[in-house]
Design a protein around this ligand. Structure first.
Ligand SMILES: [Zn+2]
Length: 190
């Protein structure tokens, strides 16, 4: 049997609670391939008499990403079709947990993104929205004017890129780069 759950335990979305052979999936849960998972951030209630498992949502001041939240993070890697982000802030709160998310190339912008490296580079500071937490993976989107890169570094020399007209230019070495920027790029707001 899997790790045993107890009433009162704190769980996050996608966390395994049990299997349908043992329990009836009640409120705050969902079933996938016979396994019961939490749908909420909250506390587990195991009703051992009626064999029901529920999750009661915690108050909305928790420090974990959730669907609909605006998050800020660092780009830790860029692959051909997606970007990895380490999430450091959820809403107005900085978090210390180890949460990461991905931005798929189709969620970068409302415009078609031909080359993801013209949108993000490792080390960029980015603001995004959580659009899904399926399978405990935070899927992020930067579609919208207020979402995207907040601060980027020159891939040649590492200096901060300055926004000049519509391009990002390195004031140290003159290199020009492209990003999917947020409208408040470089203003120091995160
Ligand atoms: Zn430079």
């Amino acid at each position: 049997m899997s790790k045993e759950r107890q009433s009162g335990q704190f769980v996050v979305p996608g966390q395994k609670l049990g299997v349908i052979e043992e329990f009836i999936a009640n409120q705050g849960t969902y079933v996938e391939d016979g396994v019961i998972y939490s749908k909420n951030v909250g506390h587990v209630l195991m009703d051992l008499v009626n064999k029901k498992v529920s999750v009661y949502p915690a108050a909305r001041n928790y420090n974990v990403p959730y669907v609909g939240a605006t998050v800020v993070g660092d780009v830790t890697g860029v692959q051909s079709s997606m970007v990895n982000v380490r999430i450091t802030k959820v809403g107005s709160r900085f978090i210390s947990g180890h949460f990461s998310g991905i931005i798929h190339i189709s969620d970068v912008s409302f415009n078609y993104t031909d080359n993801i490296f013209d949108a993000y580079r490792a080390g960029d500071l980015v603001r995004a929205k959580v659009i899904s937490d399926k399978n405990q993976i935070y899927h992020l989107s930067t579609k919208g004017e207020n979402l995207g890169v907040l601060l980027a570094y020159c891939s040649h020399c590492g200096a901060i890129l300055a926004l000049r007209q519509n391009e990002l230019k390195c004031e140290e070495c003159g290199h020009v780069e492209r990003r999917k920027i947020a409208q408040d790029y470089g203003k120091g707001t995160i």
